[in-house]
Design a protein around this ligand. Sequence first.
Ligand SMILES: CC(C)(COP(=O)(O)OP(=O)(O)OC[C@H]1O[C@@H](n2cnc3c(N)ncnc32)[C@H](O)[C@@H]1OP(=O)(O)O)[C@@H](O)C(=O)NCCC(=O)NCCS
Length: 197
Amino acid sequence: MADASSAASVGAFRKLAILDKRRLTEHLLRLDRDSLRMRFGATLSPEALVQHAERCFTLGCTMHGYFVDGDLRGVAELRLDRPWLTQSAEAAFSVEPGFRDHGVATELFARTLRTARNRGVRRLMISCLTWNKPMQALARKFKAEFHWEEGEVVGTVIAESASPRSFIEELTEDALGYLAAAAQRRLALFNRAIQPS
Ligand SMILES: CC(C)(COP(=O)(O)OP(=O)(O)OC[C@H]1O[C@@H](n2cnc3c(N)ncnc32)[C@H](O)[C@@H]1OP(=O)(O)O)[C@@H](O)C(=O)NCCC(=O)NCCS
């Protein structure tokens, strides 16, 4: 994946599962007004953010997350145009301000692109506001080509075809990610159990 040494080394990357819905909601609710505007094009209300988190756990949507001490601090959302047999998909990113500029979104992007590739996607689209330079810099790292549409920039990244290696890499990272999450949950339960009441 992306150069691991540049990604924030304190956290862990893995896909989100349904059990992470609360963490996703909390992450979205922690985003400030500017971040919400850059992510959604508008400052969504808390209710709308809760509804958005609900919609993320549906067919055709895959989320990769960046976790620090069990909290979700960065997310990449991959939405296929159709749940299957589609060649295009859209990706969107959010990293909380205190965790930016450490390569977190770069790693999330690399994982998202590989998942898209493994689903047969050829064109991965990213839309952002024209003045969102960090997002454009990020997409440029993956050779995005840009075009401008009313107040928005749309980046298109062409994904390579899937390969046995890309499947095995995704599978391995999924297994390791879920294992680490399960171990962390057990450890948290254990620590709670041994605390004096
Ligand atoms: C866009 C965003 C996801 C990037 O997250 P991040 O973890 O900071 O990204 P990374 O650190 O992996 O990479 C960001 C790149 O942008 C560059 N960058 C940061 N600010 C910049 C600016 N003002 N102008 C140009 N480039 C900039 C960084 O230098 C870095 O490139 P580098 O690794 O070559 O140095 C984050 O800023 C964010 O959540 N913004 C709010 C939501 C949003 O804009 N979403 C995009 C719409 S889908």
